[in-house]
Structure formats: structure tokens, C-alpha cells
Design a protein around this ligand. Structure first.
Ligand code: NI
Length: 149
């Protein structure tokens, strides 16, 4: 386990469309452990693999007010409900906070590190966080979507 470098806005990897994970092996587990260590060290709410320079469809995020860490491989948003506008930040864009409109509720289908299918249900802050992290996997940053009023 190790803390990895967090790539910042301007790095090309943050603008790439990440590739699906096909091998659920020890290397994937090591990467995900490192992502969790890096998320905790950086005191963030979520971290996507491109933010540590790996263009693969993986994110980790805090849940339950930080009591739980969610990990998701090849996540897909399958259902959304409502809208919510709230400030966001990003470990790859230091010191910037801007309002973004996100669904109020989301259902995400993904896999765990062992390749087992999982379903994640989130609302409010956690829903926005999941959407933010999944955007990273498509090369989208929250500042692309910010609501400037
Ligand atoms: Ni981010």
C-alpha cells in the first residue's frame, strides 16, 4: 500500500476517456488499496483512477459521512432522480470550489475488486460525489459543468 501522486488539471490523463477494467487481479487490488490510502491521506471525498495517472474505470469514495469507503470498478449510472445544486471541489483542482447541478439521487451499477457485481444507491452529497467521480472516467472535470451565477 502506498500513497500515489495526484495528477492536477492540465495533465492529459485527466482528459482521457478511461478504459474498462478487464482483469480483476492482484494488480487491481494493489491499485485500489493505493487509491484508498491516497484518498484518506489527501482528506478527499472521492478519487478516480485517472487522478493517480491510471486511465481505467475505477473510483473510490467516502460514504456515510466518511465512515465507509466505497470502491467501484466499471461504474455505470443506471438511474437518477431529481436535481440538486451544490458546491464541489476536486483534489486535482486545488483551492477551487464551484456550484454544480447533479441528480439528487443515483443508482450506480459497478463491480467490486473481485469482479462481483454491486449496486450503489446514494443521495445528496454522496450522489454528487459518485457523479463527479464517474465524470472523471470520461475526462470531464466539475469546472466544465459549474453553474456560474
Ligand atoms: Ni475530482
Amino acid at each position: 500500500m502506498a500513497i500515489r501522486q495526484i495528477y492536477k488539471v492540465g495533465d492529459d490523463v485527466l482528459r482521457m476517456v478511461s478504459k474498462p477494467v478487464t482483469e480483476f487481479d492482484d494488480k487491481l487490488s494493489e491499485l485500489m488499496d493505493d487509491m484508498i490510502d491516497t484518498l484518506i491521506y489527501a482528506d478527499g471525498a472521492g478519487l478516480a483512477a485517472p487522478q493517480v495517472g491510471v486511465s481505467k474505470r475505477i473510483f473510490v469514495a467516502t460514504f456515510d459521512g466518511g465512515n465507509t469507503i466505497i470502491e467501484a470498478v466499471n461504474p455505470v449510472i443506471v438511474k437518477t432522480k431529481g436535481k440538486r445544486v451544490a458546491p464541489e471541489g476536486c483534489l486535482s483542482i486545488p483551492k477551487i470550489s464551484e456550484k454544480v447541478e447533479r441528480p439528487r439521487q443515483v443508482v450506480v451499477h459497478a463491480f467490486d475488486r473481485h469482479g462481483n457485481p454491486i449496486e450503489l444507491r446514494a443521495s445528496g452529497f454522496n450522489a454528487a460525489c459518485f457523479c463527479h467521480e464517474i465524470d472523471h472516467l470520461d475526462g470531464i472535470l466539475f469546472t466544465d459543468k459549474s453553474v456560474r451565477k
